[in-house]
Design a protein around this ligand. Sequence first.
Ligand code: EPZ
Length: 422
Amino acid sequence: MARIQIHGGVPLEGEVRISGAKNAVLPILVASLLGDGPSRVSNVPHLQDVTTTMELLGRMGAQLSVGDGMQIEIDPRSMEHYEAPYDLVKTMRASILVLGPLVARYGRAIVSLPGGCAIGSRPVDLHLRGLQALGAQVEVRNGNIEARADQLKGARIIMDTVTVTGTENILMAATLARGTTVIENAAQEPEVVDLADFLISMGAKIHGAGSNTITVEGVDRLEGTTYSVLPDRIETGTYLVGAAMTGGRVRCTRSRPAHLDAVLNKLADTGADIHVGEDWVELDMRGRRPRSVDITTAPYPGFPTDMQAQFTALNTIAEGTGVITETIFENRFMHVQELQRLGADISVKGKTAIIRGVSGLNGAPIMATDLRASASLVLAGLVAEGVTIVDRVYHLDRGYEIIEEKLSGLGARIKRIGSAAA
Ligand code: EPZ
């Protein structure tokens, strides 16, 4: 199992180019199944989850080809299987996103029920209830979700909880339903808006994406399209936190700072100087130690749960005490015990972590447990004295494109090494 070795103590300096957003490209690749012709998607990040999604679509019979610069063409005209098997779903929960498109376009789907994962139980009940509201017959049998529908019909759906992929599944299905669908208490994340824009470019009639009420006028068919995926706001935030922790100065290019208000406000509270342009954002820490910040995660436009672990790491070496409350997932503090191995002073009580800043961390072998936790461990390694080795970096590869190359480009002493000696 590959590991990453970091020799801490170097401020991050320079420019880093931000990749396309993982949580936008996954639903967009799957949404291409709704079209009567091929779609071309560009600015696709080179990530394990993208590879898994391509394998899933390929197994269903879609034709995929990869152009230069990671442009992917998906041609759904040869689709012949409508299943997402357990061996793929267990590696990527977002496979559940095929459910809406398969039922809407092909009238049937068998999708393995995603299990829990490290950060929480992650139920999909709201996905299923939404599809049933649109007229699909949905059963859970032998660990599979089996859904059928001759013709979906528009409905008014009130989501009990704000769910990103739940909103996306219902949105995709509604595009081909007969009549009007209204999704109330919809997720407002920029990735939901990017998916809606992709669907609109295919001929879908969608209004209100980005607000808590999305209205969809069903159409008879959708065309293939060409589309470029929006930049990854979580990747951007991760590199900016790295600059703040190491006292450096980093400019993220090809990014979308307008999607990062809550994160940039908190970074400013740490004492960082922040400058933004249309498609770039720069953080300059001027060699200073960050101040502690208090965080409570919330659905967009609130503070993103996917940035919680990174700010937990920042607070470990900040001046003062920071209180971080995780409201979205029930077990998203797996990084805490690993940070404690580096010397962090953190106590967790239920959904809240209290982090007392220490003057420094010391490198040690640590283990990644989930995608964003692994990013926070790499960030901590950048400031820890001596060498930190992060194990199980496959978690990292799911959501961060060539992270060690991008960090090396910013001056970090970081490299990928082989698996631990047996
Ligand atoms: C998406 O996950 C993201 N993944 C997650 O990013 C992100 O952390 C999360 O949204 C929250 O922003 C993708 O977009 C592929 P949810 P998702 O449904 O859609 C509960 C990363 O690191 N819920 O918005 O699975 C659920 O338990 C990943 O990139 C139900 O109760 O999250 C949670 O408490 C991690 N029933 C809350 O809603 C349901 O049917 C929000 O979950 C669905 C969700």
